[in-house]
Design a protein around this ligand. Structure first.
Ligand code: NAP
Length: 289
């Protein structure tokens, strides 16, 4: 199949804001037929005006995923590119999180992308061409304290992507991982809103997390090393247009720096750095009593 023959339909999740919105906008200006999706399709008006098809899709709702894939296949033959972007960060010490919250995090960040992948693969295999782009995070390679649920879901999405690459390559399907660093979007607001200000044994820790997250997204140095949503869109577009795309792309200077530093450190060394950054005022042992 020549590049001209294959489906140019791109199905993108989580386009109501941030990275998904920027990817849809950028690809719509190119030769792609963009299907921008969101839980609330009324948030997609600007993308519709920019030429995107808009559909309702909640990655935790099987019926909405099926409907969206069926519609793209009916109109374009197959989903040519699936961009699993929808996601959020659930913050908080594991002991303080209900299993419902933890399951919701994995349903959104891991099981949604996995299920959508299953739904688009038959069409891609029939076409002998396809690209699955998973927006993971540097948080799929290294961890910050208090992010166990988020990091668990993103580490798993990285592993799922690498394993899938072997399975689908013989059918002409690429699996591409995109690892953003600090990106200015609604992400930190959602993360902070998910953090309970409890008065229990983790109260100090949660207060430090709150402060550190704000510093990370707003202080001068990290801001200089961060990017806007379109910096991710630029890299996604480049990967889609590459004849032989790389397996993974990191985005922003903060991502490259942190990944390089982490790869040179032992686990003990990283723990030490994190402990020095997230130092508690009082001993939690004394607080717990
Ligand atoms: P954002 O502006 O908060 O966008 C998140 C998007 O995900 C929104 O459109 C949101 O829709 C959607 N979403 C959440 N749950 C959903 C569900 N169940 N079904 C469908 N859509 C859902 O944040 P962002 O920075 O663009 O995040 C996009 C991706 O990048 C996420 O996977 C995130 O983990 C990853 N990432 C972000 C950063 C960063 O620093 N910003 C860094 C690394 C990785 P609603 O409007 O309906 O909530």
């Amino acid at each position: 199949m020549t590049p001209k023959d294959h489906s140019r339909a791109v199905l993108i999740t989580g386009c109501s804001s941030g990275i998904g919105h920027a990817i849809a906008l950028r690809l719509a200006k190119g030769a792609w037929k963009v299907y921008a999706t969101a839980r609330k399709p009324e948030t997609l008006k600007e993308l519709a005006d920019a030429g995107c098809r808009t559909l309702a899709l909640d990655v935790t709702d099987e019926a909405s995923m099926l409907r969206a894939v069926n519609q793209v296949e009916a109109e374009a033959g197959a989903v040519g590119v699936l961009i699993n972007n929808a996601g959020y960060g659930q913050a908080g010490a594991i002991e303080t999180l209900s299993m419902n919250l933890i399951r919701k995090q994995f349903d959104t960040n891991l099981f949604g992308p996995l299920r959508l992948t299953q739904l688009v693969l038959p069409g891609m295999r029939r076409a002998g061409w396809g690209k699955i782009v998973n927006i993971t995070s540097i948080g799929g390679k290294l961890v910050f304290p208090g992010g166990a649920a988020y990091h668990g879901s993103k580490f798993a999405l990285e592993a799922f992507s690498d394993s899938l690459r072997f399975e689908v390559r013989p059918f002409g399907i690429d699996v591409i991982v995109i690892e953003p660093g600090l990106i200015h979007s609604k992400f930190p607001d959602t993360l902070l809103a998910s953090l309970e200000t409890d008065s229990g044994p983790y109260a100090d820790f949660h207060a430090i997390m709150n402060r550190k997250t704000r510093e990370m997204y707003h202080d001068r140095l990290p801001t200089m090393l961060s990017g806007g949503p379109d910096s991710v869109a630029v890299v996604v577009e480049k990967a889609l247009n590459a004849r032989r795309p790389k397996s993974r792309y990191s985005v922003t200077a903060s991502a490259k720096l942190l990944l390089a530093v982490r790869s040179m450190m032992t686990d003990r060394g990283w723990d030490l750095v994190m402990r020095s950054q997230y130092r508690r005022e009082k001993s939690p042992k004394k607080q717990a009593k």
